[in-house]
Write a new protein. Structure first.
Length: 114
């Protein structure tokens, strides 16, 4: 939870209007059914469960997303290696750069799942 709050603060500092957090795959999938997002950041591991079902749902909705992981791009299944990966640990600058790549006009709403 502390990591999620830190990410929330970093995104707010970058100008995000709203940051919605999910700590499990089920919670993230539920949020996708009830809210709209400009972009998403997915930790590959959500409480011991892989976040790939959330990535698939985001892809079907056309929501740009990135992964966050400490294990590198080769730890992702081949089907997801074309997605941006934010390597842990990262700072505000790296987070801002990744969101700038996802969004032409900069992030305004985001979901961070961690």
């Amino acid at each position: 939870m502390l990591v999620m709050l830190n990410i929330q603060g970093m995104l707010a500092d970058l100008g995000c209007e709203s940051v919605i957090l999910a700590s499990t795959v089920d919670e993230a999938l539920l949020l996708l059914d009830t809210a709209d997002f400009d972009a998403a950041m997915l930790d590959v591991n959500l409480n011991g469960e892989r976040s790939f079902p959330v990535a698939d749902a985001l892809g079907r909705r056309g929501v740009p997303y990135m992964f966050s992981s400490g294990y590198g791009i080769m730890s992702l299944p081949a089907a997801y290696r074309d997605r941006p990966l934010l390597a842990k640990p990262y700072g505000d600058d790296e987070l801002a750069e990744m969101f700038a790549r996802l969004l032409a006009n900069g992030p305004s709403r985001a979901v961070a799942a961690s």
